[in-house]
Design a protein around this ligand. Structure first.
Ligand code: MCA
Ligand code: AMP
Length: 502
């Protein structure tokens, strides 16, 4: 028994129906995919990986990248996907912290990565966006069947790193049961069947593209139009062949900005889903006016997968994230006391259910701060629930910026900026952005009499931080606004600079 492998992958053995439609016109059947994954599983086993070992993958989206995920499930190896934008320094932290035994990266980065990877005693193999690489070479002559390693639902399936207010990323430990229970609920709630074709343009190194999009399609046995990234021309060209799409709000605003995106184009679609960041009610309304479709918005987190969703049949209410999913208990709590608040009041969302993760890897204190002994997870999202049970997210009780669906923790950027010559202190904030929803602005206070070179600050960020985290603007101030307790008032900074990009 290996519930994750058996239910997501194993059931498709011998199935000749399409699984992945690729932009170059190729189609991979479910069975062909499984045979590829089995060969990959042999590579993992031959590399000495044992069940429970971690495999860190920083690879482009491709059928092979997905086959690596399947191979991890089949061998009981914990899959740790990483954003392809991360720099070597960022990667080093994940490799060291997770104790990964194998790192799979791109050939182009191999020379840069190898000394770092080997310094942590891990092995390095390569897998490129076109499917080539030393990993694939090692798989070529391997058998197309692999005896699935027995695992239980409580065993770890994946680590996904999520940053914290301290600036250090935490490895969220997700079990097989976490992933499976959520995929099963979503399949049902959103009415997925094997006739569905998902237009898949999200990255597969995050919850949204991997555990929501891909797992649901694996479970229902449908197909995906598997695009390497969001490319407007491709999306428009492929939409008539799809039945559903999942995206972050930027997908929907970009589509609405294109005159080719019409009611006719979406005729064959049955469902558009949005999440990872707030979808403006205005976008929801414009989308319906243009296409006749009401976007279904849902809400989730790396630590919990999906928590709430607007209904499939009932009213999809603009500006809300819908109801708690079946099996998910949701409370709106007082930020100070944790007590459940009366209906209608704004508080912090806490959730409990089979979807909630097991804790942060080797961080018992951090786990205890956010995951209560009774199983409720403190999300840090501020929301209210109306009399009909719809949840509306109104803000965050955590210092977090969401840019185009990517989470950015200001502390991580502030630590880099504060280290630069002439910088006394910094405050990094998110301000509204028409394309990304929010974008990063750095407020810098120079030391007395010092002048700070903006180009040097940009370079410092480029040296150590992934591009999507780089501030898009720098503002110099003599002092940061503080409250009587001495705490920096980021709200005031955000209000002062709210119009910079809009
Ligand atoms: C790319 N860039 C970005 C972003 N993406 N900068 C800020 N924020 C971003 N999200 C950089 C690129 O390096 C590029 O730099 C420049 O910005 C413009 O790139 P562009 O071509 O416009 O971007 P793109 O490649 O089209 O990507 C935008 C995107 C993409 C399609 C919105 O970021 C994306 O697919 N986001 C989805 C993220 C996601 O899956 N989140 C789910 C997390 P230059 O031009 O200088 O080279 S899971 C989650 O949050 C929870 C669990 C949930 O509820 O789902
Ligand atoms: P992550 O840590 O990448 O899993 O991001 C989770 C965070 O994304 C949540 O805590 C929310 O702040 C935000 N989020 C996800 N979905 C939505 C949504 N539909 N509306 C508003 N915020 C969302």
């Amino acid at each position: 028994m290996n519930p994750l492998y058996d239910r997501l992958f194993g059931t498709h053995a011998g199935k000749d129906t399409p699984f992945l439609h690729l932009p170059d016109g190729r189609t991979l059947t479910h069975d062909a995919f499984l045979r590829k994954a089995a060969r990959f599983a042999h590579v993992l086993s031959d590399a000495g990986l044992e069940p429970g070992d971690r495999l860190a993958a920083q690879i482009e989206k491709s059928p092979e990248a997905l086959a690596l995920y399947a191979a991890c499930a089949q061998t009981g190896v914990v899959f740790l996907p990483l954003n392809t934008a991360y720099t070597r320094d960022e990667l080093a932290y994940f490799v060291e912290n997770s104790g990964a035994r194998l790192v799979v990266g791109d050939d182009a980065k191999e020379a840069d990565l190898r000394p770092m990877v080997e310094s942590f005693g891990a092995q390095l193999l390569t897998l490129n966006g076109d499917g080539s690489g030393s990993f694939t070479d090692a798989a070529t002559a391997k058998p197309e069947e692999f005896e699935t390693v027995a695992r239980s639902e409580d065993d770890l399936a994946a680590f996904l790193y999520t940053s914290g207010t301290t600036g250090r990323s935490k490895g969220a430990m997700l079990t097989q049961a976490n992933l499976l229970s959520n995929a099963e609920v979503l399949l049902d709630y959103w009415r997925f069947t094997q006739n569905d074709v998902l237009l898949h343009a999200l990255p597969i190194f995050h919850t949204h593209g991997l555990f929501v999009g891909t797992n649901v399609m694996l479970l229902c046995g449908g197909a995906m139009i598997f695009l390497p990234k969001f490319d407007l021309d491709q999306i428009i060209a492929q939409m008539p062949k799809a039945t559903t799409m999942m995206g972050v709000p930027t997908f929907y605003t970009r589509l609405l900005d294109d005159a080719r995106f019409t009611r006719d184009l979406t005729q064959g679609m049955r469902l558009f889903i949005s999440g990872s960041a707030p979808l403006l009610a205005e976008t929801h309304i414009r989308f319906e006016e243009r296409t006749g479709h009401r976007i279904l918005e849902r809400y989730g987190m790396t630590e919990t997968n999906m928590n709430t969703s607007n209904p499939y049949e009932g009213e999809r209410r603009a500006g809300t994230v819908g109801f708690p999913l079946p099996g998910v208990e949701l409370k709106i709590c007082d930020p100070q006391t944790g007590a459940t608040l009366p209906q209608g009041e704004i508080g912090i969302i806490e959730v409990r259910g089979p979807n909630v993760f097991k804790g942060y890897w080797q961080m018992p204190e951090k786990t205890a701060e956010e995951l209560r002994a009774d199983g409720f997870f403190i999300t840090g999202d501020l929301a209210s629930m109306d009399a009909d049970g719809y949840v509306t997210i109104v803000g965050r009780n955590k210092d977090l910026i969401i840019s185009g669906g990517f989470n950015i923790y200001p502390k991580e950027i502030e630590l880099v900026l504060d280290d630069q010559p002439g910088v006394l202190e910094s405050a990094v904030i998110g301000v509204p952005h028409p394309d990304f929803g929010e974008t990063v602005v750095a407020v810098i206070v120079p030391e007395k009499g010092a002048s700070v070179d903006e180009a040097a600050l940009r370079q410092a960020c480029a040296d150590s931080l992934a591009k999507f985290k780089h501030p898009r603007a720098f503002v110099m101030l003599d002092a940061l606004p503080r409250n009587t307790m001495g705490k920096v008032q980021k709200n005031a900074l955000r209000a002062d600079h709210a119009g910079m990009f809009t």
